[in-house]
Ligand binder design. Structure first.
Ligand SMILES: [Zn+2]
Length: 57
């Protein structure tokens, strides 16, 4: 088992296939890193906003 620090919150997390949020510790940390957790930074009507690719699955 490989342990590492979550790059978002610094908590220990397991880096293997059992952790589907790797390298983060949780969905929340993953979403924060993608910038999707903070709605104010995810304005659709901002033409100059970052173009975040959506997961297609
Ligand atoms: Zn975390």
């Amino acid at each position: 088992m490989t342990e590492m620090k979550c790059p978002q919150c610094g908590n220990k997390t397991v880096y293997d296939e059992s952790n589907k949020w790797r390298p983060f510790c949780s969905e929340r940390c993953r979403l924060i890193d993608l910038g999707e957790w903070i709605d104010e930074k995810h304005k659709i009507n901002d033409p100059d906003g970052p173009d975040i690719p959506s997961n297609t699955h």
